[in-house]
Write a protein that binds this ligand. Structure first.
Ligand code: HEC
Length: 195
């Protein structure tokens, strides 16, 4: 039984291949230019090896936070508005339901504190903010805004200059928070996806 079934699947594959190579071309679309690919290829990995030249400090970032419209959505103090909290409110007990679009981000789980790598914060701001004007920030501005948020969350000092060398070296408070789950103990339910 196994052999005929195998040859049938082989025949179907050959037929699909023939149909594919014979299908008409519609003259739609075009190959992207290398310049277009370069513009999309902006992902920054945890090591930060793709980071561009440039630099910024928290002081510069504070001005940009207001002039680039971040405060309008995230709040002048970095919290309390409808966009996620960017600056943890140390004096307020986090309320996961308060003032927040999905996915709900508040205080200790905001990116400046929760992400294991500071480079992720740079990458996120660079590719996604300000919402509606994505891609409008220069590398210097992204370094400065990243420095500002890290400083306001007590991760770096106010005068620390963020650039392609210093940013990947920032020790994030939750650097080791994404490790393996705690060892399973006999009698406990197993976490899904782990042995
Ligand atoms: C028009 C409103 C708007 C503006 C302006 C805006 N943001 Fe955002 N921002 C959002 C929203 C909404 C999200 C959540 C997006 C999501 O989770 O999909 C977000 C998410 C973020 C996050 C990730 C938060 C987290 O911890 O997950 C950062 C960091 C951030 N914004 C920084 C900035 C900075 C810096 C600026 C200014 C350059 C800025 N935003 C301007 C609406 C805005």
């Amino acid at each position: 039984m196994a052999l005929p079934r195998l040859s049938l699947s082989a025949a179907v594959l050959v037929m699909c291949q023939t149909a594919w190579t014979q299908s008409p071309t519609y003259g739609l679309g075009r190959s992207p230019s290398s310049e277009e690919i370069r513009k999309w290829d902006i992902a920054i990995s945890p090591t930060g090896k793709e980071l561009p030249e440039g630099q910024g400090t928290a002081k510069e970032g504070e001005l940009l936070y207001r002039s680039k419209g971040c405060a309008g959505c995230h709040g002048a103090t970095g919290s309390g508005m409808h966009a996620p909290t960017l600056i943890s409110r140390k004096d307020v007990k986090p309320n996961p339901a308060a003032f927040c679009l999905a996915p709900c981000v508040n205080d200790a789980n905001s990116m400046s504190l929760h992400s294991p790598f500071a480079t992720t914060l740079w990458d996120y701001i660079n590719r996604g903010m300000p919402l509606g004007k994505e891609g409008s920030l220069t590398p210097n501005e992204v370094y400065a805004l990243t420095a500002f948020l890290l400083y306001k969350n007590d991760v770096i000092k106010e005068d620390e200059v963020m650039d392609k060398q210093s940013l990947p070296k920032v020790k994030m408070p939750n650097r080791d928070g994404f490790g393996l789950p705690p060892a399973w103990k006999h009698g406990e339910p197993r976490l899904q996806g782990y042995p």
